[in-house]
Design a binder for this molecule. Sequence first.
Ligand SMILES: Cc1cc2nc3c(=O)[nH]c(=O)nc-3n(C[C@H](O)[C@H](O)[C@H](O)COP(=O)(O)OP(=O)(O)OC[C@H]3O[C@@H](n4cnc5c(N)ncnc54)[C@H](O)[C@@H]3O)c2cc1C
Length: 368
Amino acid sequence: MVKDNRVLALMDELAPKWGERELAAENAGATRLEPTVVAELRASGILKAPLPEALGGWGSSLFDCCTAVRTLARHAPSTALALAMPWGNTAIARLPANVIPSALRPAQQKGAEWVAAAVGAGKILAVANAEPGSHGDLQQTKTTAKQDKEGRIFLSGRKAFATFGPDADYFLCAARSGDVVDGFFVARQAHGLTLDSAWDAWGMRSTASVGLTLENAEAASYYGHPGALSGVNARHWSTVLFAAIFVGVGDGAVTLGASSVGKEAIWARGKLAEHALELEAAWGFVEAVAMTDAWPFPARSMERAKCAKTFAARSALAAAASGLVVGGSRAYAASGRAGKLVADAMAGSLVRPPVSHFMDELASSVGR
Ligand SMILES: Cc1cc2nc3c(=O)[nH]c(=O)nc-3n(C[C@H](O)[C@H](O)[C@H](O)COP(=O)(O)OP(=O)(O)OC[C@H]3O[C@@H](n4cnc5c(N)ncnc54)[C@H](O)[C@@H]3O)c2cc1C
């Protein structure tokens, strides 16, 4: 049952418009989202979807948010990937108090209120956890966090792939203090934070997923409570949202492919039907994991979330490649959607966990 379909209704209205603007912007060479899309993201209230109603949000479920980003990704893959980042961060405000030790509950409440105030004001909470060579694995974090005598925390290190780049207001940055990898929000304008401008990706071009450097940049807030990023948190939201995005990218390729072939094109239609079936299987996987409303999120469910993301990413890439084949020479235009969908689908192999690394893990556990 859909508890609150506000997010779905709004997305049905926005996704086609945002899709047109994304394609036009990327064809014009833009490497960040079109400014009116960013303005509507902030003003529409959609950033508040995962925030609990008690904190002024919409209280949308993970499954509703997955359905909404699937819809968006059919039209606007880069915008969908960008939206998943703040949504994933905002979900930390849903953490029930009783799943963490009582001593940490006041800190978690403060962290959740900080997120609610930022998101309520239309601020974009981006993610800058990945580092050069870390493959998106938090345990590989080299960025350091140091506390001064007044209790202020300063971060130093390098980050790779921070989607939203110059349009972000804060970045969630993983940083190590001793053995613990913790999460901190750092303001884009913080002294000591610089963005690079080297974003020149093949797909998801307008996500502006830039690198950044932190040189004693002060943290504005913890991600939730101290220890949350390596302990009890809401990171499964991002993994499942990524899975939903790539189902949507695959859907977009099947729909586009079907619109370009006649009824007599039996092989092409059969090929697209096979992809549609596989994408439905991927969606069933996403749905099963998204419906697991358990805190802390069980380890077995997290493994399934990674499987769902991997399956969706592979299915999307295969569907997008077939879409290009069946579309023929019209689909071959550099400014068309078919080629863009292949390039965008390719990002599914990279976002965490990267497909090659996750498949290594799976392969080594086969039969155990
Ligand atoms: C479109 C897109 C958007 C993303 N958005 C985000 C985001 O918002 N937040 C986030 O935390 N992660 C983001 N990621 C990163 C993602 O989650 C994974 O961490 C990353 O894709 C893993 O890829 P990899 O294994 O090739 O990375 P790595 O090998 O870890 O490489 C990461 C980056 O560092 C460079 N690099 C690698 N080794 C070195 C080295 N020794 N010296 C210098 N540079 C090096 C690589 O060329 C690459 O640009 C995004 C990825 C993509 C493709």
